[in-house]
Design a protein around this ligand. Structure first.
Ligand code: SF4
Ligand code: SF4
Length: 326
């Protein structure tokens, strides 16, 4: 993986600016709050601000903030993490209607609005701003601490694998598939007005939380859950456009997992125990990291407290030493 990928933070900042500017530039014809934007800029912005102060976003914000506080102040072992994921699944997947609009549909509609100039509803725009804001504050805070489908995949991952192996998806392959699905959807939006993710909702598992049972969707969700036993968050790494968006924003997020090189004794415990492929990139000092869901497992696994959650990045010097030693 290339280390000096300066273009990525630049791309992310540009993306974030677009997301911030969309309430102003994506005026559509719908007018009303449930319809497209364009009921007046002040009205739109005040609707979005009011929306962000609604119960579900306040609870979502509290969950994400609690994540930051927990990660900064204590070690979260896998059992505690699983209990927290159960709570998040119940809160946002069962009790609070966090999925309306679903994060996946909100992101797809934003892309559609950006490429076709169509309108996007203020509810969806509020959801986008919530997801993006959290992702800039901390690495994938929405995905790691609010999303019910992400939580469900993590819960299922605790089922022991017969082989006992800690399988990890190679990031260049998983991200290649995720980007390919995105590009196919982009082409579909431009040519047919539809997209792959929400095409008959076959790639939108969030429909599940709406009790929309459909055979194809049931097969997809079943497949994802079976795959989740063997690999960490397969839907997030391979398919989800929200995962793609938050992975990009992760490159400019303020809070993240960081390494104190002076404390690291190269035991590789974190790499062995963690479910993701991101921790190796963090230890190696790679600029281009696979998605980190801020789960805290690597921090808990580190016997020397070299891994922490906080502001700032790992310096690149020792990574070169490590690589030249390999
Ligand atoms: S990548 Fe998608 S499914 Fe996974 S946690 Fe994020 S929003 Fe949820
Ligand atoms: S690097 Fe991996 S194990 Fe560590 S917090 Fe991120 S997702 Fe969890």
């Amino acid at each position: 993986m290339k280390r000096n990928t300066i273009y990525l933070p630049v791309l992310c900042i540009a993306l974030f600016m677009i997301l911030i500017c969309v309430p102003v530039i994506a005026e559509g014809g719908g007018g009303g709050h449930g319809g497209g934007m364009g009921g007046g800029r002040n009205t739109d912005l005040s609707y979005i601000l009011t929306g962000l102060l609604s119960l579900k976003f306040i609870i979502g914000g509290i969950a994400a903030l609690s994540g930051i506080i927990l990660l900064e102040t204590t070690k979260i072992d896998r059992n505690i993490r699983t209990l927290l994921m159960c709570a998040i699944f119940v809160l946002f997947g069962v009790l609070v209607i966090m999925h309306q609009p679903s994060p996946l549909r909100a992101v797809v509609d934003l892309i559609t609005a950006l490429v076709t100039g169509s309108a996007i509803t203020l509810k969806k725009m509020t959801t986008i701003i919530f997801i993006s804001g959290l992702s800039v504050i901390g690495a994938k805070l929405f995905c790691g601490w609010v999303c019910p489908f992400g939580a469900l995949q993590e819960i299922v991952k605790r089922i022991p694998v017969p082989s006992g192996k800690n399988n990890k998806l190679p990031f260049n392959i998983s991200n290649g598939i995720r980007i390919s699905i995105f590009v196919i959807s982009l082409v579909m939006i431009l040519t047919t007005g539809s997209d792959l993710y929400t095409y008959h909702n076959i790639l939108n598992p969030f429909e599940l939380f709406d009790w929309h049972f459909d055979l194809v969707l049931a097969v997809l969700v079943g497949t994802v859950l079976v795959a989740s036993v063997f690999v960490y968050r397969p839907f997030c790494y391979l398919v989800c456009p929200v995962g793609l968006l938050t992975w990009l924003l992760e490159h400019i997020s303020i809070f993240r997992v960081r390494l104190d090189r002076d404390k690291c004794n190269d035991c590789n415990n974190c790499i062995r125990i963690s479910p993701c492929s991101s921790v190796k990139a963090i230890v190696d000092g790679d600029e281009l990291r696979p998605d980190c869901f801020s789960c805290g497992v690597c921090i808990d696994a580190c016997p020397t407290d070299a891994l922490t959650f906080g502001i700032g990045k790992t310096s690149a010097n020792r990574s070169r030493d490590r690589k030249s030693d390999d």
